[in-house]
Design a protein around this ligand. Sequence first.
Ligand SMILES: [Zn+2]
Length: 460
Amino acid sequence: MHITCFGGIREIGGNKFLVEDGRTRIFLDFGQSFTHLDDYFVDWLQPRDRFGLRDYFALDLMPKVDGLYNDNALKPTNIKPQEPKFDAVFISHAHYDHVAHLRYLHETIPIYMGETCKTILESHMQTSGSFFFTERGFERPFAKTFVPPNKVKTFRTGHKIKLDSMEITPIHVDHSVPGAYGFIIHGSEGSLVYTGDIRSHGGKPELTGDFLKLAKESAPDALIIEGTRVAPTETRKNHTEQSVYTQSLEVAKADKLILAMRYPKDLDRFRTFHDIAKATGKTLVTTIKTAHLLMCLQGDIHFDTPHPFQDPHIKVYAREMLKPRPYEAEIKERFQCVDFDWVKNNQKKIIWELDFSQLQELIDVNPEPGGACIHSMSEPFEEDPLSQLQDEVLHNWLSRFSMTHHQFHASGHASSKEIFDICKDVAPKHVIPVHTSYPELFKDSVHAVRLAEKGERIQF
Ligand SMILES: [Zn+2]
């Protein structure tokens, strides 16, 4: 078997790994690289969507791989249309750095993902206007190019998917988005394990336990493992979902307006805030976007989510807008949402999920002094000036309205010690660190580390 890492090397994100077994060729994840994109683009300066892969190729931000991309993505680059040369792309979970480049994929290459993952992406496509795949194809507004549909095939944990000489088994893992998987892959002469993004301190650590047990039993030749938190110094606090609950609960008991900020797809955290609302007799006020996602997930028998318009502890906040997006207009028409007046009148009895980008709503609500904001997302990073700027702006808004700031967040990723323990426990012949800025640090703690270079074809 061969592995080629086209992304995720010395960077957090951009996972795009080619696995080959004889003539069978699959990709594991197909994400966007943030780090390399940041070298050339910032704020409004972004790759020109209307020119497909032209800007990406010119700046070496995407690999020029034959038989991988669709005609529309290639047309503006002067590369001729190509016959597909890959059998499938397997997606570990619905985060941007694992899926965002699916829109450039050749239309005849099937995409495999978990059922929940597909539901999350479909909801995201409707609420954000960004596209990863589509059942019918669509007309992009500016480019006037038709992006063809890919066949999306869904799996459940433990399914065995046979593609010629390869057998791929997805196994669920605990991560900060539902429907996340690792993969165990058997080829004609070897086996390989890919963790995707993984942790054991979230809402369902037992999922990761199931995956690691089978990963170990498969006695893999290679382990492709994430190392997001492997760094010279650990800056993130070691919160668990449970400790986020306990600490947030204390803050939420106050008789004042409580704001809660989390990542939109982090439904473990939604559940945590929902549980806190129930425990304090308050109402969790969430966004129309989250309501859309929760309603999409209602049909998912393996994933128990409250209905945003039927649960007694949830209300949905509708901003005053001149031109709501179609999904917002539809939800507002069909269901009863609450407005800023309602929030103002009930401020002592609610936990309000307010996005950073919608802080202006505080002006309309004008809360009584003494409220609190639970910031349940990553702390600002020293290396990321934008995150520091946002943090400063958030603090300015909070002090303007006399609200306190509380940082409680459980990371989506295992700690470096846990990652090294997984390597030792699974005991593969080769450990290939990915999705980390410091792959060489693995060498201090783990045997048989194979540092991959971007685009290098590794045989094992
Ligand atoms: Zn992730």
